[in-house]
Design a protein around this ligand. Structure first.
Ligand code: ATP
Ligand code: MG
Length: 804
């Protein structure tokens, strides 16, 4: 109706409205950050349903995280005033798991297949590399994993790799063998890794056109958010899903009772689903995981007749923030020029801060958060971003000390703890009896006297007799092992069998295809923990750490209880799937009144009133690993751009002048990207220590810093050499001024000679006595016992100190 459609398009600008109302086959929405792309997708879904052009079940919307999916579902429901059940709004991975669990048998998997995480992959690769002695050729589990992942994202499998491999290169021959073994072991365990989830679904559709046509018929509208970060396999999946169903197949489907009513066109076939993708090539930050920016660039070629809508107006940020973002991203070559603008005014200046150390920087962040909070900004509307997880240390220390409520998004790693992996392995072994990895993990956990020799004996017995590891366990008494060990193995097998029996639905449940009559997941877990002795072993241990481990395992039980309550009728496999697919950003909890800490990668798509971008130093951003890679600095710049554009009203850019990394304190250089922001946009502040120590010192090394140099966090020596080359260039002069302003007064105590026993004065800590000097050259550290401030370690080169 007219009122409905106006409700769905009210408050949208003309371009957004056009994108919501367009009804052709293919639609591409390209636009910068905060221009309403995600909002348009949401309104478009609601509009398709409201106008009765689509049933909820005919919609497949792909988001980048499960959290984003839940948010989109909620917003659609608000717009419709109705439940959106039946609609698939999920990540690529979740959608594929759903499809694969249903269709597993077609491709030789059990529907209870396990999803292996990165740690599982590495455990298996470690075994393979050891067996093949592949480490002598330089293979590590991590290197093999990265290469396999890359191949799978390109949809290459063992056969296609074998066809192209150079058989005279021992390295390639060895890798092929690793890849083959790895693939075989996952198969035998009925397990898939994350990349398989996508690749196997594509394979399923290509090898079984009948299966594919069921999904092609079902999904009439496919919508993909963050399209710039899709990789080749995901692109191929979308292509498969949007294929038309030919007339003869439609006839066949009808004969099998598949409902095709009202879907066929004049040819008798079913036209391909309509496809809407939205993206921003400036926000492509997953090239390292195979994301291919070409997917967006070549959309018009791949989907002829596609409509392209450009959105320009930004509704998220102030103009100052947008101007900074525009200025930074315009340094990337090979992009379509687009400028973000807002009608909302300039807003506040960006605040810059240079700390003396990472702790000093963290203290600034904490203090500013308190200022914001007192001014009425809710903690949950504030976020702190960083490039690497290691940077949370200093932030957390200061936040705890300042009693600031915070949470590290994606940093809890609960499910990566050994004791949780152990408990989960029991559940996995019950759900998927073929999973050898899980069985071997629990074989002697808790300790039952089953040693590695027995484990190997079981594995080779299984291998030689074409049995699964679990079957070998059941036949343990024929292996000639000692009675105690044999008893332990058969006991474990029995416990697993009994737990599996608990989880079988009643006859009525099976008939109805429901889980009725099956025990709850939490009950099965408690049974396993008690009968296996795992929980008692932790509780009765003398190791004080085990007390915490027992509490963690109890927390897992609590989580299964929550799961059972929130998902009545759900199965153990449902629980395992949910755990496997928990993505970093899924742990966000807007309802909680906490400041969010997360990596820049996790921040994608989100927005906050105030954003702190920390650690803006060479070596961190750009990260030293990317700095020397082709395309690396450009991708890191996009990451910076993503970070800046998350802020609605307030943006803080901060760095530290020295930072402990890999156990060493190193002098840090301002990130090359900072200078790309026009001067007038940032109000730079300094560490109080540095401000008071302003003196005649020369910012020598920093003169060279500007827009120069690969790698980072390096020694001053390197920079000094750079400077000699650089200082003759005239254009470097204004840049030096900039650097001076960023870092305040840069001290250079390079030639200050200190020895144990010397008295010094520090700007903040007062007077003290040097107890020891360690390190060499630019990294000399003075250990100082201050008269009132306690023990400190100071980097002599830059510490605001003088010798008395
Ligand atoms: P990103 O590239 O960061 O994912 P996006 O293009 O998806 O950004 P949205 O998140 O959809 O942008 O929108 C950014 C903000 O602007 C949101 O708070 C959204 O509600 C708001 N917004 C979008 N369009 C409008 C509009 N026409 N009127 C008012 N607010 C809008
Ligand atoms: Mg978005």
């Amino acid at each position: 109706s007219a009122t409905a459609s106006s409700r769905l398009t009210d408050g949208l600008n003309p371009e957004q409205r056009e994108a919501v109302e367009y009804r052709g086959q293919a639609l591409l929405i390209v636009a910068g950050a905060g221009s309403g792309k995600t909002r348009v997708l949401t309104h478009r879904i609601a509009s398709l349903i409201e106008s009765r052009e689509a049933w909820p079940s005919q919609i497949l919307a792909i988001t980048f995280t499960n959290k984003a999916a839940a948010e989109m579902r909620e917003r659609v429901e608000v717009l419709l005033g109705d439940s959106a059940s039946g609609m698939w709004i999920s990540t690529f991975h979740s959608a594929c798991v759903r499809i694969l669990r249903r269709e597993a048998e077609a491709i030789g998997l059990t529907s209870t297949f396990t999803i292996y995480d990165s740690a599982d992959q590495r455990t298996i690769l470690k075994r393979i590399i050891k067996e093949l002695d592949a480490d002598t050729l330089g293979f590590t589990p991590a290197s093999a994993q990265a290469k396999i992942s890359k191949l799978k994202n390109e949809l290459a499998d063992v056969e296609s790799y074998a066809r192209n491999a150079n058989t005279s290169d021992p390295q390639e021959v060895m890798f092929l063998e690793i890849f083959r073994q790895y693939t075989r072991r996952l198969r035998e365990a009925s397990a898939l890794d994350f990349d398989d989830l996508i690749a196997e679904t594509v394979y399923l559709f290509r090898a079984f056109p009948k299966v594919a046509s069921l999904y092609q018929r079902r999904f009439r509208h496919i919508l993909v958010d963050e399209y710039q970060d899709t990789n080749h396999a995901q692109y191929a999946l979308i292509r498969e899903l949007t294929q038309p169903v030919p007339a003869d197949r439609v006839v066949e489907m009808e004969q099998h009772g598949v409902n095709v009513a009202a879907l066929t066109d004049a040819s008798g076939g079913i036209p391909g689903a309509s496809l809407t993708v939205v993206g921003d090539s400036d926000q492509s930050i997953y090239a390292f995981r195979g994301a291919d920016i070409r997917n967006i660039v070549e959309f018009e070629r791949d989907f002829p007749g596609a409509k392209v809508v450009l959105l320009e107006q930004n509704y998220r940020s102030t103009q100052n923030i947008l101007s900074a973002a525009n200025a930074v991203i315009s340094n990337n070559f090979d992009r379509k020029e687009k400028k973000l603008w807002t009608a909302d005014g300039d807003g506040d200046q960006i605040t810059g801060y240079t700390g003396y150390t990472a702790h000093d920087e963290a203290q600034f962040v904490a203090d500013e958060i308190e200022v914001l909070h007192r001014a009425g900004v809710a903690y949950r509307d504030i976020a702190v971003f960083y490039r690497t997880n290691a940077q949370t240390r200093a932030l957390e220390e200061i936040f705890v000390r300042s009693a600031l409520p915070y949470r590290v998004v994606g940093g809890t790693k609960f499910y990566e703890r050994a004791e949780i992996k152990d408990a989960m392995a029991y559940l996995i072994a019950v759900a998927n009896p073929l999973d050898e990895l899980a069985l071997r993990r629990i074989l002697n956990t808790p300790k039952r006297g089953i040693g590695p020799a027995t484990e190997t004996a079981l594995a080779s017995f299984a291998e030689q007799n074409a049995l699964s590891f679990r079957q070998a366990m059941r036949s343990a008494d024929g292996l000639g092992l000692g009675p105690k060990v044999t008893g332990a193995i058969t006991n474990l097998a029995t416990v697993l069998d009994e737990a599996a029996a608990m989880l079988v639905p009643s006859a009525a449940g099976i008939a109805a295809g429901t889980n009725e009559g099956a025990s709850k997941v939490s009950d099965a877990l408690v049974f396993l923990l008690e009968r296996s002795g795992l929980i008692d072993a932790l509780r009765n241990s003398r190791d004080p750490q085990d007390e915490t481990r027992a509490e963690n395992v109890e927390e897992l039980v609590a989580q299964t209880r929550d799961f059972d309550r929130e998902n009545p009728g759900a199965s153990l496999v449902d629980f395992l799937t949910q755990v496997s697919l928990v993505a970093a950003a899924d742990e966000l909890d807007d309802a909680s009144g906490t400041v969010s800490l997360m990596t820049l990668h996790t921040a994608k798509g989100l927005e906050y009133h105030a954003v702190f971008l920390t650690g803006l130093e060479e070596g961190l951003l750009p990260h030293q690993m990317s700095a020397s890679e082709p395309g690396g600095p450009a991708e890191e710049r996009r990451l910076f751009y993503v970070g800046i554009t998350r802020a609605r009203k307030r943006l803080y850019l901060s760095l530290a002048m020295s930072r402990a990394q890999f156990g060493e304190v190193a002098v840090a250089m301002p990130s090359r990207y900072l200078q790309e922001i026009p001067e007038g946009l940032i109000d730079w502040r300094q560490s109080p220590g540095m401000a008071t120590s302003r003196g005649g010192t020369q910012p020598r090394a920093l003169n060279a810093r500007r827009g120069y140099g690969q790698g980072g966090g390096g020694a001053w020596g390197t920079r000094d050499r750079d400077l000699e080359r650089f200082s003759v260039t005239k254009s470097a002069a204004p840049k030096a001024e900039w650097a001076n302003r960023v870092t305040g007064t840069v001290r250079d105590n390079g030639d200050l000679t200190l020895a144990a026993g010397d008295r010094i004065r520090h700007v903040d800590f007062g007077e003290g006595r040097v107890t020891q000097v360690t390190g060499e050259g630019t990294k000399r550290i003075a250990h100082v016992a201050f008269d009132t401030a306690g023990q400190k370690k100071l980097l002599i080169k830059i510490a605001p100190i003088e010798k008395l």
